[in-house]
Design a protein around this ligand. Structure first.
Ligand code: SF4
Length: 393
């Protein structure tokens, strides 16, 4: 399979989005985030070009303004003029800060927007190709090569997240393939967060190459399986608000289509939904009221020193003491060991899905991917969840 880090990321975020974008090749409308990001990236590439001298700050800002003014027209839904200038000013200020802290003549830039193709062989001898573009590669004075990826997002990740970042691990492998004689320890990986002017750097041991390869192959295997089964579930998340396919996505299209739908079953559905939410609401109110009534009954029992109270029909409510205990597992283990019953102790320690989910969030991404690839579907069923918070388009 020929793919890219961006496709892998899309697949992992939402297989349905992957289907729209990669399989069906439906051209996505441009969002403000993609247009802003690519205009800033283009200006940064221009900043480090010198022919023979580096461009001035004014020339860089003009480059950005021109790219932004042209591409902003492609954004759907169209931005109002006020928002267009807010973004433009934010882009200019971010570029000015970057230029001030990173004068281009202070760096030995080896390549910008550097394209790569990385072949990865699976255990059956099949070769997959990962294509990608590295924003910038610098050679540092100590002979280290630094890969720099610019980010326009607001959120700063933790050092642990950068250390386990799959994209940077793939870039590390790609550069190492380009220059095989380069010591992998001499490749520095940096994410530059433009809105904060912060750079977070990391490195990779040679041993991490195998883990990256396994993580990529595990996702490719899963992609191939989903394609063969034509199974592309929609994963609803906060990222749906940035997804250009929202109006045609099965998880959202009813919200967009509703006004046009005149089918008889649509009218019935609207009635059903109204009744459904009315029942849900009264359930919530009843639960709340039951808790209030319980508190009054408990207070009465305590004040009158009774364990049961009866209504006029003889229906009653009883007080029952509930207790929960925790074992001292060190002592339990010692008792079982002394009784030569360690097999029983081992039975307690048996693998537990819930505990595995708990530790997954603390694992590096590459290990998480490898573990995720080992899960098999054991049961499938559909449940309905309801929200009384109105969805926005
Ligand atoms: S809107 Fe959300 S669920 Fe639908 S394709 Fe996009 S990311 Fe996936």
């Amino acid at each position: 399979m020929r793919t890219s880090y961006s496709n892998i990321q899309t697949f992992k975020q939402c297989p349905q989005k992957f289907k729209f974008q990669v399989i069906d090749k439906i051209k996505a409308t441009k969002t403000v985030h993609t247009v802003f990001g690519s205009s800033v990236h283009a200006a940064l590439k221009f900043m480090f070009s010198h022919d023979p001298v580096f461009p001035t700050m004014d020339e860089i800002l003009a480059n950005f303004t021109e790219a932004w003014a042209t591409s902003v027209l492609k954004i759907v839904p169209a931005l109002d003029n006020k928002l267009i200038s807010i973004y433009e000013e934010s882009g200019k200020s971010l570029l000015k800060n970057f230029y001030k802290n990173n004068p281009p003549w202070n760096f030995s830039v080896v390549d910008t927007e550097s394209k790569f193709e990385l072949p990865i062989e699976d255990s059956n001898g099949g070769v997959h190709v990962l294509a990608g573009i590295i924003d910038r590669v610098d050679k540092l004075s100590d002979g280290v090569y630094e890969i720099i990826d610019y980010k326009t997002n607001r959120k700063l990740p933790s050092q642990g997240a950068v250390d386990g970042d799959l994209q940077m691990s793939i870039y590390h492998m790609a550069l190492n393939r380009r220059w095989p004689s380069l010591d992998p320890a001499k490749i520095k990986l940096s994410l530059y967060f433009l809105k904060h002017g912060e750079k977070i750097s990391s490195s990779r041991e040679s041993s991490s190459i195998a883990a990256t390869k396994d993580a990529v192959l595990a996702t490719i295997k899963q992609m191939e399986k989903n394609i063969a089964e034509n199974a592309f579930p929609a994963i609803i998340s906060i990222l749906c608000d940035y997804c250009a396919y929202k109006p045609i996505c099965p998880a959202w299209k009813h919200l967009y289509k509703k006004a046009d739908i005149s089918a008889p079953d649509e009218a019935q559905l609207q009635q059903v939904l109204q009744e459904y939410f009315a029942i849900k609401e009264s359930e919530t109110n009843n639960d709340k009221r039951v808790k209030d009534l319980q508190a009054i009954i408990k207070a009465y029992m305590e004040a009158n020193k009774v364990d049961r109270v009866f209504d006029e029909r003889g229906y009653y409510v009883s007080k029952k003491l509930q207790q929960r205990f925790k074992y001292d597992f060190d002592k339990v283990k010692a008792i079982l060991a002394e009784a030569n019953l360690m097999d029983k102790w081992n039975a307690i320690l048996e693998a537990d899905e819930k505990k595995l989910k708990e530790i997954m969030v603390s694992l590096p991404y590459s290990i998480r991917d490898q573990i995720s690839a080992q899960k098999n579907l054991s049961k499938e069923f559909i449940t309905l969840t309801a929200s009384i918070k109105p969805a926005k388009k």
